[in-house]
Design a protein. Structure first.
Length: 138
């Protein structure tokens, strides 16, 4: 019979605990500790739980991908690297969205034949038409 994740976590805890201290715990204390460990790990509460290890160059590495709601009572403190990465990611996403919208508006303007500046063209529309003509011609 295979042990559940919470049983493994509890087993590791008791293996790491000093045996003399473990003998002094009452059943109520053990129950409280086991319940706290089970809730703290939250290992069984993720809808997507991908955990794999693989050998590479005489060592073993692991990949963990968890997806789900954050059920922890206290939010984790974000480090400086995390804040910088989040800021850069959001900035790149916003820039991508703005540039995509500008490109879509430019393509719409060009498709309608509207010239904002006389005798000035960026060339994206001509490139797109050239690609389209190349793809449709036999």
């Amino acid at each position: 019979m295979q042990k559940s994740t919470s049983d493994l976590v509890i087993g590791r805890f008791y293996a790491a605990l000093d045996p003399d201290v473990g003998k002094t715990l009452t059943p109520e204390q053990k129950s409280g500790i086991e319940q706290a460990l089970t809730q703290a790990t939250l290992a069984t509460r993720h809808p997507v739980d991908f955990r794999r290890s693989f050998p590479f160059l005489h060592r073993r590495y692991f990949v963990v991908f968890l997806l789900g709601r954050d059920l922890r009572k206290r939010p984790r403190e974000a480090g400086a690297f995390s804040r910088i990465f989040t800021t850069l990611s959001v900035t790149v996403l916003i820039l991508f969205c703005i540039l995509s919208m500008l490109l879509a508006l430019y393509m719409l303007k060009s498709a309608l034949g509207i010239d904002v500046f006389k005798h000035f063209h960026v060339g994206i529309w001509d490139w797109f038409i050239h690609l389209h003509d190349k793809a449709t011609s036999p």
